[in-house]
Design a binder for this molecule. Structure first.
Ligand code: IVH
Length: 715
C-alpha cells in the first residue's frame, strides 16, 4: 500500500516506484467505481471525485508512459456499456444544458440571448420554465404513431436500446393519440422514480440482501437496466415529456406549444411548467420551486429555462455541446450542521455491520434528519476513497460537529467535520471487536475477492447471532417472499424474544404450539389472532421462486430466485442440485452455470448455503410444513419452442404484450430487437426499422395471420 502522503503527492513529484504503486491503486479503484456505477447503478463517489481520479491517472501516465498498465483505466472509455443492450445511434444527438448557479448567471444568460438575436428592448422574449427532473433522459421514437425504439442517452451520440423495458411503463404511450401524426417523431423526456417508490424498493432490496440504491435516480437507472422486462414492470417508473429529437413535421412553433402537443398525444408533462416573460419571473419561479421542492414526490435539482419560440431556438443554436437557448438553474446542495451524538451498529441479515450516526435532529431541505449512515470503519476513520475524498482524511468522532448533505435529496451523508468545534472530550472512534448482540460474537473485516482486506465488517456468528436470525425471519415473511399479513417487524421481534419463532418452520407450528400464549399477550384479541393464523395458513402453499427467495441465500434476490426456479422447475430438482453443488459436483455446477442469469457468485452462495448443516436442518423442517408449487416450465413441444421472435408494427388480433406472453408460453423467446439469431419477425402495418433489419439479416417475416397459423399448427 502506498503511504497516504504518496497518494496526495503532486504527480510531477512522484518517484518512479511511487508512480508504479499509485497507478496500480488507481486502476483498482477506478475499476471498482466503474463497476458500481455502470453495472450496479450504485456509485459511491461523486462525478467530480471520479473525474479527479481519472485525471490523476492520466497525469501520472503521461510522466511515466512505460508504466502504463495493461488494465489502465485510460484504455477504457468512460461510458462503459453494460453489455446487456443493443446500441442505438440517436438521429439527433442528445446534448446537455449549461448550468447557472447564481442569479447573475441567469441575468447574463438572458442578456446574451437578446444580444445574439439583436432584440430591441421592447421586444418580448418568453421562456418555458420547467423543473429539472433528476432522472434519466430517454428518447422515444415513434413511427406512424407507434413506439418503435426507446433509447437511453448514453454518450449523447449512441445510447442503449431499452425498448422492451420502457414498454412496461404506464406513462409511455405505445401508440400516440390523435389523428395526423408525423411519420417520424422522437419524444424526449425524463424517466424517474418517486421518492416513495424508491424508499419502498430499498426496503425490499435490503430485506433480500440486494443492492441498496443511493437515490431515486440510481434506482430508476437500475430498474431500467434489467434483462427481464417483468422486473422493470414491477418497479414504478414515471416519465415526463419535455423535448424532442427527429420530427418529420413540427406540430407547434413554441416550446410551450410542443408541451401541449405532447399532452394531446397521451404523455404526462410536468404540471409546474410555466411560461415566464422576464428575468424577474424566471428568478421568482426558481425561488418558488425551490421552496416547494421537499414536498414534491420526485427529485429535482434545479429548473430549466428554454427560449419559447422554436424559430429563435434554431437561430441561437449550440455552442459545442450545450444549447445557447437553454440553461439549467441549479439549486445549491442542501446542507446543514449538527452534532454527532452517538454511533450505533446495525447488523444486517448476512451479518454485515453498518455504523449509523445518531444526530441532534436537524432540518435539511424541509426534512428532519436524525440518522446518517457512516458506511464502514474506514469511512469513519477518513481513509479509503469515501472518507478521504469527502473530508480530506479527517476522521469522525462522537461529539463532533458535522456537516451533512442530503445527496440526491434522500440519503443524508456526512460531507465534512468542523475541526474548530471538536470538543476536547471527543476521542477517535474504535470500531467494536464484538457484535452488539447478547452473544458478543467476534467481528472480522471481510476479505475481498482478491484476498485483500475489504471495508466491510461482518459478525462471525452466522446462525447463532440473534440479529441475523431476526433479519432472516423478516425477509421470510416479507411481501416478495411468504407475504404473511399481520406478521411484521414488531411481531417477529416479539415472537423471537419469547422463543416461539426461532426459525421459519416455527411460524407454521405457532397455532398448534402457542395459540394460548398468544391469546394471553396484550394487544392480541381473538379476532387478530384468528386473522394471523388464517394469513399463515393461506401461505402454506407457495410458488417455487418465492420459496427460494425466502430462504435468504446470499446473492439470491428476487430475480435470481426466479431464474433458479425457472431453470429447475421443482423444489426437488433445485434442492438436489444445491446439495450436489455444495459437494463440488462439477457436472451439476456446470449445469447451474448454464442457466440464464446464473453465474459464479450465485453458485458459490448456493454451495455455501447447502454446505451448512444448520441450513439443511432449517430447510428440512420447513419443507415438512409447506407445499411448494412447481415453476411453469417453458413448453418444448410446440412449433415455436426455442425460437426467437420479434413483433413489430401494429397487431390487429391482440396487443403486442399479449402476443409476446403467448409466444413465451409456447416456449419461444420474445425479443425486442432483430439480430442474426432471430427466427421470425412478425410484422404488422407500420413496421419500420425492425422490418428493414429482418430483411438485412435474412430473417423470416410473417404477417400476424401467418404467425397465428404457425402457432396453431396450421402451416
Ligand atoms: S432539456 C439540449 N428539460 O437535464 C438539452 N432537460 O443537462 C435538452 N433534464 O440530460 C434537455 N429536466 O436529462 C431538459 N425539463 C427539462 C429537464 C431536462 C431534466 C435533464 C436531462 C438532460 C439534463 C440537461
Amino acid at each position: 500500500m502506498p503511504s497516504q502522503d504518496a497518494l496526495k503527492t503532486d504527480p510531477a513529484k512522484l518517484t518512479e516506484a511511487q508512480a508504479k504503486a499509485e497507478l496500480k491503486r488507481l486502476a483498482t479503484e477506478i475499476a471498482a467505481h466503474d463497476k458500481r456505477y455502470y453495472q450496479q447503478d450504485a456509485p459511491s463517489v461523486t462525478d467530480a471525485e471520479y473525474d479527479a481520479l481519472r485525471q490523476r491517472n492520466s497525469a501520472i501516465e503521461s510522466r511515466f508512459p512505460k508504466l502504463i498498465r495493461p488494465d489502465s483505466p485510460s484504455k477504457r472509455i468512460g461510458a462503459a456499456p453494460t453489455g446487456k443492450f443493443k446500441k442505438v445511434r440517436h438521429a439527433v444527438p442528445m446534448l446537455s444544458l449549461d448550468n447557472a448557479f447564481a442569479e447573475q448567471d441567469v441575468i447574463d444568460f438572458v442578456a446574451r440571448i437578446r444580444r445574439f438575436l439583436k432584440l430591441s428592448e421592447d421586444e418580448k422574449l418568453a421562456f418555458s420554465a420547467e423543473p429539472k427532473i433528476d432522472g434519466l433522459s430517454m428518447s422515444l421514437r415513434y413511427e406512424g404513431g407507434e413506439l418503435v425504439t426507446a433509447a437511453t442517452r448514453g454518450d449523447g451520440a449512441e445510447g442503449e436500446d431499452v425498448t422492451a423495458n420502457i414498454r412496461t411503463l404506464e406513462d409511455v404511450p405505445k401508440k400516440l393519440k390523435g389523428r395526423s401524426m408525423p411519420a417520424v417523431c422522437e419524444v424526449r423526456g425524463e424517466i424517474y422514480m418517486t421518492k416513495h417508490a424508491f424508499l419502498a424498493l430499498n426496503e425490499r432490496q435490503k430485506a433480500a440482501g440486494d443492492t441498496i440504491f443511493a437515490n431515486p435516480r440510481n434506482s430508476a437507472a437500475g430498474s431500467l437496466r434489467q434483462k427481464d422486462p417483468k422486473i422493470t414492470a414491477s418497479r414504478p417508473l414515471g416519465f415526463f415529456a419535455y423535448a424532442w429529437g427527429e420530427m418529420s413535421t413540427m406540430p407547434a412553433d413554441t416550446q410551450s406549444g410542443m408541451i401541449k402537443w405532447f399532452e394531446s398525444c397521451g404523455f404526462k408533462t410536468n404540471p409546474l411548467t410555466k411560461l415566464c416573460r422576464s428575468t424577474e419571473e424566471l428568478i421568482t419561479f426558481h425561488r418558488k420551486i425551490e421552496e416547494g421542492r421537499a414536498e414534491l414526490d420526485y427529485d429535482i435539482d434545479g429548473v430549466v429555462y428554454k427560449v419559447d419560440r422554436i424559430g429563435w431556438q434554431e437561430r441561437l443554436g449550440f455552442v459545442s455541446r450545450t444549447p445557447r437557448w437553454g440553461i439549467a438553474h441549479k439549486f445549491p446542495a442542501e446542507r446543514a450542521m449538527t452534532v454527532l451524538k452517538d454511533i450505533e451498529l446495525q447488523v444486517g441479515r448476512t451479518g454485515a455491520l453498518t455504523p449509523v450516526g445518531k444526530l441532534d435532529p436537524v432540518g435539511v431541505g424541509g426534512v428532519i434528519v436524525q440518522n446518517v449512515t457512516l458506511h464502514n470503519e474506514d469511512y469513519i476513520k477518513g481513509i479509503g476513497s469515501d472518507g478521504e475524498s469527502l473530508r480530506d482524511g479527517r476522521d469522525i468522532r462522537i461529539g463532533d460537529t458535522v456537516v451533512i448533505q442530503r445527496a440526491g435529496d434522500v440519503i443524508p451523508q456526512v460531507v465534512d467535520v468542523v475541526i474548530d468545534k471538536r470538543p476536547k472530550s471527543a476521542k477517535p472512534y474504535h470500531f467494536p471487536k464484538k457484535c452488539p448482540c447478547y452473544l458478543h460474537t467476534e467481528l472480522v473485516r471481510e476479505e475481498t475477492a482478491t484476498g485483500e482486506e475489504g471495508a466491510r465488517t461482518r459478525c462471525t456468528g452466522e446462525f447463532a447471532c440473534p440479529y441475523q436470525k431476526v433479519q432472516h425471519l423478516m425477509l421470510f415473511v416479507s411481501r416478495r417472499a411468504f407475504d404473511i399479513e399481520g406478521l411484521g417487524e414488531k411481531q417477529i421481534e416479539l415472537f423471537f424474544e419469547k422463543e416461539w419463532v426461532k426459525e421459519p418452520a416455527d411460524i407454521f407450528t405457532l397455532e398448534k404450539k402457542h395459540k394460548r400464549d398468544l391469546l394471553e399477550l396484550e394487544g392480541f384479541g381473538e379476532t387478530s389472532v384468528r386473522n394471523l393464523f388464517n394469513a399463515i395458513e393461506a401461505r402454506r402453499t407457495i410458488a417455487l421462486d418465492r420459496f427460494i427467495y425466502a430462504l435468504g441465500i446470499r446473492q439470491v434476490g428476487e430475480t435470481t430466485a426466479l431464474a433458479l426456479a425457472r431453470g429447475y422447475g421443482s423444489w426437488k430438482a433445485f434442492h438436489d442440485a444445491g446439495l450436489k453443488v455444495a459437494k463440488g459436483d462439477d457436472d451439476v455446477i456446470a449445469e447451474m452455470d448454464a442457466l440464464d442469469q446464473i453465474g459464479d457468485t450465485v453458485i458459490r452462495a448456493v454451495a455455501a448455503y447447502f454446505g451448512e448443516s444448520h441450513n439443511r436442518g432449517i430447510v428440512e423442517r420447513l419443507t415438512k410444513e409447506v407445499r411448494i408449487l412447481d415453476a411453469e416450465k417453458p413448453k418444448e413441444d410446440t412449433a415455436v419452442a426455442g425460437k426467437t421472435v420479434v413483433f413489430t408494427g401494429a397487431l390487429e388480433k391482440m396487443t403486442r404484450e399479449e402476443a409476446k406472453a403467448q409466444a413465451e408460453r409456447l416456449g419461444a423467446k420474445a425479443a425486442g430487437s432483430v439480430s442474426k439469431k432471430t427466427d421470425y419477425v412478425v410484422a404488422g402495418p407500420g413496421a419500420g426499422s425492425k422490418l428493414a433489419d429482418a430483411k438485412k439479416f435474412g430473417v423470416t417475416v410473417l404477417t400476424e395471420d401467418e404467425w397465428l397459423k404457425l402457432i396453431n399448427g396450421e402451416s
